[in-house]
Design a protein around this ligand. Structure first.
Ligand SMILES: [Zn+2]
Length: 139
């Protein structure tokens, strides 16, 4: 039987291959160009992959830097206010020095029911009224 030229056979392997590539094509996460190839490919090139990953690392580094700065500042305030290893200070005074109560490194619940917040080895515990007790962790 003579085949008619120009009529596409939908079962033709090259035709279905094209179709497969079309459904698998995605956009590069960095430059948004269409990428063709393996299903798990996310970038059109190594350059785009590097640029994308560098941006992610930079963002998390900025965030970590900000948190570390807050912790360092809190630690300096507590250390300056607690030269004896144990003392009292008002919340007003801590806030006026720029202390940020949102940032600490760990919490210690004592079996007497007290909660200490620590910034490294400098800790504080709410007493009453405006007062906080400052302690230094013993090693
Ligand atoms: Zn790209």
């Amino acid at each position: 039987m003579k085949r008619k030229a120009g009529i596409r056979n939908p079962k033709c392997p090259s035709h279905s291959l094209l179709k497969t590539f079309k459904t698998m094509s995605k956009n590069c996460l960095e430059c948004n160009e269409k990428i063709v190839g393996r299903e798990d490919k996310k970038f059109c090139s190594d350059g785009c992959r590097n640029a994308y990953n560098n941006k992610i690392n930079k963002d998390s580094n900025n965030y970590m830097r900000n948190v570390n700065n807050k912790l360092r500042k809190n630690y300096r305030i507590l250390s300056d206010a607690n030269t004896e290893g144990k003392s009292k200070i008002t919340k007003t005074k801590l806030l006026s020095k720029g202390f940020d109560f949102d940032y600490f490194t760990n919490i210690l619940n004592t079996n007497t029911g007290n909660t200490y917040y620590f910034v490294y080895d400098q800790g504080y515990r709410f007493l009453e009224n405006d007062f906080y007790m400052l302690v230094k962790k013993e090693y």
